[in-house]
Design a binder for this molecule. Structure first.
Ligand code: HEM
Length: 343
């Protein structure tokens, strides 16, 4: 018992050290308020860009609201790997290893065809003008808005990368079973705060997760974080029948992350956390981890005040979208097709 306790303390000290170190190492590589970006970037070169993206996103979200979640996640996974540069969209070729098959992305990213459609329309309207990174950033804003979330203005002018970050995708992207402090340090090293992290996690008010990402939780501490009232008991029972404990056949089975209003961008996700019913471990930690004093307060705030959540979410999305790598402005380009660099 005593040795368990001292092991736990050592792990906590180690996690704190990692956090402090990464705060010190906040990368100067990525700029959070990028002077290259502005609201009028395509005013003379492609004035209809916002309208075209909005129309395509309307069609996509009308045909299936899940598409909003797919695009929002794509944007996040783009920006956390060498900045928002469309690198996540690149396919493998003989000379380039894309990010799609990195462990954190494999079987987990969809929505590429929606981006292809938008790009095609833009190429016929204003050829070789609008970058894929900008398309993804605008599409993510529209996705949120179209399923009931807040609006924000999107600064534009990103360039597309000519390389991808296969290894970085596994280093930079947070995972469902990662410790709270380690996740916080990943956000901080991108120039995002704990508040940004808790607000942006509110994205999980839409979309789905696969069994492989919450199996440990439902056969682990789920009963400890809930009060196990009849509703959460039957929720847990359903989750267990979707994801049996043995075997891997069910790993890709999916369920809604916010089972109350899965297709609506609202603050219901935070209420789910207050009840201890967060589907993935990283989400529930925000409220239940004894290391998460600040995160718990923020969860309570956004559960109580949907307007505060929307305002912070919009602000944090602008910060996320402004993560750029200065190198991309030197050697980047506007791709003709989002899946391949120009030849
Ligand atoms: C805080 C750290 C985060 C972790 C650990 C995390 C992890 C995950 C995991 C494990 C899934 C389920 C994927 C699957 O099973 O295929 C997921 C889905 C999702 N995530 Fe996150 N995420 C985080 C932050 C974010 C942020 C910042 C955004 C957006 C700004 C975001 C947007 C989404 C969306 C929209 C989905 C649903 C995708 C779909 O329906 O396919 N996540 N996330």
């Amino acid at each position: 018992m005593a040795s368990n306790h001292s092991l736990n303390s050592r792990i906590i000290i180690l996690e704190c050290l990692v956090l402090v170190l990464s705060i010190c190492l906040i990368s100067s590589l990525y700029g959070i308020s990028d002077p290259h970006l502005n609201l009028d970037y395509y005013k003379s070169t492609c004035p209809s860009v916002l309208e075209i993206v909005r129309k395509e996103m309307e069609c996509a979200c009308l045909s299936d609201p899940r598409n909003a979640a797919l695009i929002l996640r794509l944007h996040f996974h783009d920006c956390f790997v060498q900045g928002c540069d469309g690198s996540v969209l690149l396919e493998d070729t003989v000379t380039l290893q894309g990010e799609k098959k990195a462990a954190n992305n494999k079987n987990a990213l969809k929505g590429f065809r929606i981006i292809d459609r938008i790009k095609n329309r833009l190429e016929s309207e204003c050829p070789e003008v609008v970058s894929c990174a900008d398309i993804l950033t605008i599409a993510a804003r529209d996705a949120v808005l179209l399923v009931g979330g807040p609006y924000w203005d999107v600064p534009l002018g990103r360039k597309d990368s000519i390389e991808a970050g296969y290894a970085l995708a596994d280093i930079n992207l947070p995972t469902a079973d990662e410790g709270l402090l380690s996740i916080i340090s990943k956000f901080i090293s991108q120039g995002l705060s704990v508040t940004d992290m808790v607000a942006l996690s509110g994205s999980h008010t839409i979309g789905k997760a696969r069994c492989v990402n919450f199996k440990k939780r439902i056969y682990g501490d789920f009963p400890m974080t809930t009060s196990l009232n009849p509703i959460s008991q039957s929720y847990l029972k359903n989750l267990k029948s979707l994801c049996p404990p043995i075997g891997t056949e069910s790993d890709n089975n999916e369920t809604d992350m916010d089972y109350v209003t899965p297709n609506l961008f609202d603050n219901s996700y935070y209420h789910v956390l207050l009840r201890g019913e967060g589907l993935i471990n990283s989400d529930q930690q925000l409220y239940s981890s004894f290391l998460g004093i600040q995160t718990k307060k923020l969860v309570e705030k956004y559960a109580a005040d949907p307007i505060a959540f929307f305002e912070q979410f919009a602000e944090s999305m602008v910060k996320l979208g402004n993560i750029t790598n200065p190198k991309t402005y030197v050697n980047g380009e506007v791709r003709k097709t989002c899946r391949f660099v120009n030849t």
